[in-house]
Design a protein around this ligand. Structure first.
Ligand SMILES: Nc1nc2c(ncn2[C@@H]2O[C@H](COP(=O)(O)OP(=O)(O)OP(=O)(O)O)[C@@H](O)[C@H]2O)c(=O)[nH]1
Ligand SMILES: [Mg+2]
Length: 303
């Protein structure tokens, strides 16, 4: 597939091919983003005006809560509703097989062979310029590619993951009963970013209690205009997935109707620009304070 011409394709050419629906160009640009290559920035600059159409859905929650299984089901349901889907999985601690059950694997394979779905796992080690930034850039690429829904799966721990989830239009926080400290696991910084709360593994005992606990916590939380719904799903069986998609659609309608969509994207843009600038300033500072002269100064301060 790699003709010499394709290999030397410029960022502009790749960007153009991406908007024409070329999956290979999309893959190449994703790799360029992950490697932090300069031509990726050029391509993103060309593509940025073509973004903003996709609905970005963050799926986050503790490890093993069923995010990948749920994502697979969501993607299949969106496909059934005629929407094209992009999936970005950030550091899946379990392989993206959609669960251990054979039926799930078959469903996953179907998604893989469906040209309406584009799926990518992000490498989390050695990503240049930060995980959050490169993931959000990949989301932009999928958006420009024309995906109507982009689902981003992240484990809800760590600053990067929370940052990614915050950048989504709709953030779905997935909890499961009986994680021992289940509420605690959900609470750690991600409850307040939830637009939709999902109690997955509702087939297990303890789901009712978790729903009640979450409801209690939402009542204590700051009053918001959007009332965060709490839904139950059994991702392995697909139960509750259609209702989840309906809740996401309602949230989207709320965002658009209330003008919060624009505010949210402006906030996200502000955070991202700041992150880019901070990154550059820091690198510059590191360069400036390197060298023998500074080493001597540091030594004399220490002395
Ligand atoms: N009983 C039950 N098991 C489920 C349900 N959903 C997912 N599982 C199982 O839970 C396990 C973890 O599912 P994953 O989808 O890989 O979970 P995840 O949140 O993506 O996991 P990480 O990416 O490792 O954080 C698998 O064995 C699934 O089959 C559910 O609704 N009920
Ligand atoms: Mg997963």
């Amino acid at each position: 597939m790699t003709s010499p011409l394709a290999r030397t394709a410029s960022a502009d050419e790749l960007a153009e091919r991406l908007t024409a629906g070329d999956r290979l160009a999309l893959s190449r640009l994703i790799s360029a983003v992950e490697a932090g290559r300069e031509d990726a920035r050029r391509a993103l600059r060309c593509l940025y005006p073509k973004t903003g159409r996709a609905h970005v859905l963050g799926v986050t929650g503790p490890p093993g809560s069923g995010k990948s299984t749920l994502t697979t089901r969501l993607a299949a349901e969106y496909r059934a509703r005629g929407k094209s889907v992009g999936i970005v999985a950030v550091d899946p601690t379990s392989p993206f097989t959609g669960g251990a059950i054979l039926g799930d694997r078959v469903r996953m394979m179907e998604l893989h062979s469906d040209s309406g779905v584009f799926m990518r796992s992000m490498a989390t080690r050695g990503v240049m310029g930060g995980l959050a930034r490169s993931t959000l850039d990949v989301v932009l690429l999928l958006d420009a590619f024309g995906k109507e829904v982009v689902i981003v799966e992240t484990v809800g721990v760590g600053q990067d993951e929370v940052e990614i989830a915050r950048a989504a239009d709709t953030t779905v926080v997935v909890g499961v009963p009986n994680l021992g400290d289940d509420i605690q696991a959900i609470k750690a910084g991600i409850l307040e970013i939830a637009d939709v709360l999902v109690v997955n593994k509702a087939d297990l005992a303890g789901a009712d209690r978790l729903v009640a606990d979450l409801r209690g916590m939402l009542q204590l939380a700051e009053e918001r205009v959007w009332r965060t719904p709490i839904l139950r799903t059994v991702a392995t069986e697909g139960t509750g997935v259609a209702e989840l998609i309906d809740a996401v659609a309602e949230h989207r309608a709320f965002l658009e109707g209330s003008g919060s969509s624009r505010q949210r994207r402006a906030d996200s843009a502000r955070r991202q620009v700041r992150a880019i600038v901070e990154d550059r300033v820091q690198r510059r500072l590191e360069r400036l304070t390197a060298g023998a002269e500074w080493e001597q100064r540091f030594a004399s301060i220490a002395a």
